[in-house]
Design a protein. Structure first.
Lengths: 429, 346
């Protein structure tokens, strides 16, 4: 049907989908008037412009090769659905490049766009709300074909064929969505996605609302269809069990970033990033021989509008790297002081010693104390940058430097964490 | 005597399409200090069963038969007022799945908790309020005094669920019924809540009925488990026994089809078909239409629950007089059953 399949075979190294530096930000306030806030404290006009944004996807890179399944896993609010929607074109990226079959999707003309839409299909989480209740399922399944301008006879026969392929019956063609159970509706969604022979199927939590036994049915159907049609899946889910059973490679997402990527088995047995480890620790496992649930993470996912500095996970990280000589509590006080320096607003007046006393209840290591005293002096002279500089040497890398994805073991296992690459214990299931 | 003894409970819904036999002859017991898991797929009747215990079934539904003996008294004979004033909230309390719809958005969390205490106990408003703050502290909400003054929407999902748990604990009930309390939460938050259940069970010495579809969660919180299928209990056993020696073909299939994070199952082995309607359920054993080892007798009369092991029963004719005592379903080799099946299998 499309020549892409043949073209790809000639050029096997080229990724089917390649995403570079992808960012999708949503403005908190929509429109110019909405973003203007009254602010009496300002000199001149008493208004400020609030241009903050929700950084749902904040610089994501990945390649997806033909026939492969990439699983993206993370907690709710980590940006995984926005990532899927951006790739398929339902959201506009703020920055970055999406290449499909080697070509930048933003440079597509009308013809290319049609071709892209025929080759990339999406399956949504809620099988009921993604099916129009007033239309027959056969017509729903044939929709992509209709959009592509195929004749009616072809559409009908293809829809019937697909109904059988996804484990339903061809005489269900004339029934309506409400006549089907949740699992059957998800089969219909799959049939619709496949009707036009796409290369890439993006599945956003396709089995989340389903019962265990139905989940297994849909997953095994998706596996069979992949084998049969050579499909490529981008599989978005929060369920680590589903990921392990479906994905060839996994990307763990946290507040808009990929924090660890790697081959599924490696990631599940030798995870590096503390977030990945904590997620695996939290999964309840039916097998009584495995380690039980450990609630390692405290608190909730931070807001993507104002993500934490440095490594976004540092606020919940069980492996936070403390600088030499600091206790956990002592460093918390240090961080609070530094935040005030960054905000250019110290909470106390008086001599540097008095200010330091007011910030720190606990003993600072000697040289850190000197640095803090210097910083207070500089700050009181208005030299805020100097103040920050003198603190730098005592900061933890975790809350000051954003870690990049770096190779851990093997060429495809990457983790964005300041811990050394060889600090990687086997995971005890 | 067990704390709760449910016998032959039947709850039917009289709809225009016919009589939905949502719960049809369910019996179970909960001992003091014990947590019983009710497991099954949607439509199995788990939620209807626990709602029936508390008289929360509304028309067209009715509890048509059976008894619910709590500390010896039959709750099915209680009036609505008696249930409201003497049972719900004080003796037995419930935690539902969706915390946002279980909390009233226009009252502060503290008000909602202290209200329950004032309703059931003879205390001043101030005493009830300070008890509410104490409870919020017990369920791990930071700055409980400030949080008590906030509205539900100011709480995150995990915090809302904690507040609901505080509410359920407010009159120190003997039994807590938790209906899928962590299903809507992320795994990391779920892990925190499961930890919390462990703590409060010890601290408040309560028994629990935990309704869930997730066997991993059952393993974490339940001592015993009853597997439900289409309004009936298929199998009951202590959890480990059930996992290692599942006897009912449905339990076996359910365990085989569960995807789990500790291993990759190369060939997923789903249960074929879907659960039939509870309006005209299959005669005899309700699972027989999907059961790979069903034989002739299965369509004749409900299978009784046969003893199949220590504290372990299964409602399957294979274990009766005419059966072979062992529906051989293990050939696919589910890891985890038998020797050497540790979590390391991949």
């Amino acid at each position: 049907m499309s020549s892409t399949v043949e073209r790809r075979r000639e050029d096997a190294d080229q990724a089917l989908l390649s995403v570079e530096g992808l960012k999708t930000h949503f403005p908190v306030n929509t429109g110019v008037l909405d973003s203007i806030k009254f602010d009496r404290s300002r000199d001149g006009l008493p208004f400020t412009v609030d241009d903050s944004s929700v950084k749902a996807v904040d610089g994501v890179n990945f390649d997806l090769h033909a026939g492969e399944t990439l699983g993206v896993v993370g907690e709710s609010g980590c940006g995984k659905s926005t990532l899927a929607r951006t790739v398929v074109g339902l959201e506009d990226p703020t920055d970055g490049i999406i290449r499909f079959d080697g070509r930048d999707v933003t440079e597509f003309d009308k013809e290319d766009e049609r071709w892209f839409r025929e080759n990339v299909q999406m399956v949504f989480q809620d099988p009921m709300s993604s099916l129009n209740p007033r239309r027959k399922v056969g017509e729903i399944i044939a929709d992509p074909l209709e959009a592509a301008g195929r004749p009616k006879e072809e559409r009908e026969s293809r829809a019937m064929e697909l109904l059988e392929q996804v484990g339903l019956e061809s005489d269900y063609y004339g029934r309506y969505p409400h006549e089907f159970s949740g699992g059957q509706r998800q089969r219909i969604n799959l049939a619709r996605a496949l009707s036009i022979n796409p290369d890439l199927v993006i599945a956003d939590e396709p089995v989340s609302g389903l019962d265990m036994s139905v989940q297994a049915q849909i997953l095994s159907l998706m596996n069979d269809l992949q084998d049969e049609y050579g499909l490529t899946y981008l599989f978005i889910t929060h369920d680590l069990g589903v990921i392990r059973n479906m994905a060839d490679r996994v990307a763990v997402m946290y507040v808009g970033d990929f924090v660890e990527t790697g081959p599924t088995e490696q990631l599940f047995t030798e995870p590096h990033h503390p977030y990945t480890r904590s997620l695996l620790d939290a999964v309840p496992n039916p097998n009584p021989d495995t380690t039980g649930v450990v609630a390692e993470l405290k608190g909730d996912v931070p807001s993507p509008t104002n993500p934490p500095s440095g490594c976004k996970f540092h606020t919940r990280c069980p492996a936070f790297v403390l600088p030499d000589g600091f206790t956990e509590e002592g460093y918390a006080e240090f961080a609070e002081f530094r935040d005030d320096v960054v905000a250019r607003d110290l909470d106390a007046d008086g001599s540097p010693e008095v200010v330091v006393e007011s910030y720190f209840d606990r003993n600072l290591p000697g040289d850190a104390r000197r640095a803090v005293l210097n910083a207070v002096e500089a700050a009181q002279k208005g030299e805020w940058n100097g103040a920050l500089e003198s603190l730098e040497a005592h900061e933890s890398p975790c809350d000051s430097v954003k870690p990049e994805l770096e190779q851990i073991s093997g060429p495809t296992h990457h983790s964005a964490c300041h811990l050394p690459a060889d600090e990687r214990e086997a995971f005890e299931w | 005597m067990a704390l709760l003894e449910v016998e032959d409970l039947r709850t039917y819904f009289y709809t225009e399409e016919g009589i939905v036999q949502a719960v049809d002859g369910v019996s179970f017991e909960v001992e003091r200090g014990e947590t019983l898991g009710l497991v099954g797929e949607s439509g199995a009747g788990k939620s209807v069963a626990v709602k029936s215990l508390l008289g929360l079934i509304r028309p067209p539904g009715h509890v048509v038969d059976g008894s619910v003996r709590f500390k010896g008294d039959d709750l099915t004979e209680y009036s609505e007022a008696q249930l409201r004033n003497q049972v719900r909230g004080t003796e037995i309390s419930v935690i539902f799945q969706d915390p946002m719809s279980a909390l009233n958005p226009v009252f502060t969390v503290g008000t909602q908790i202290s209200e329950i205490i004032e309703h059931h106990r003879d205390v001043t408003h101030e005493a009830a309020w300070s008890r509410a703050v104490e409870l919020l502290d017990d369920v791990g909400i930071p700055d409980p005094a400030e949080r008590a003054d906030q509205y539900p929407h100011e709480f995150s999902g995990g915090m809302q669920q904690r507040a609901l748990i505080a509410m359920a604990l407010s009159c120190e009930p003997d039994l807590i019924i938790a209906d899928e309390p962590t299903t809507a939460l992320d795994v990391t938050i779920q892990a925190q809540i499961l930890d919390l259940f462990d703590d409060i069970k010890t601290k408040y010495d309560t028994s629990m009925i935990y309704v869930t579809h997730d066997l991993g969660v059952v393993r974490e919180v339940c001592d015993r488990v009853s597997v439900m299928y289409l309004g009936e209990i298929a199998e009951s056993a202590p959890y480990e026994e059930l996992y290692r020696n599942p006897k009912h073909p449905y339990t076996q299939a359910l365990l085989r089809s569960t995807v789990s994070a500790d291993r990759r199952t190369e060939d997923l082995d789903p249960i074929e078909g879907s659960m039939p309607s509870a309006i005209h359920p299959p005669s005899g054993c309700r699972y027989r239409t999907r059961c790979p080892v069903a034989f002739e007798d299965c369509s004749r009369g409900e299978p009784p629950r046969f003893d199949v092991g220590p504290d372990h029963d299964a409602a399957c004719l294979h274990y009766g007089d005419g059966g072979d005592g062992d529906p051989k379903l293990h050939e696919t080799g589910r890891p985890g059953t038998g020797v050497g099946g540790t979590g390391g299998d991949r």
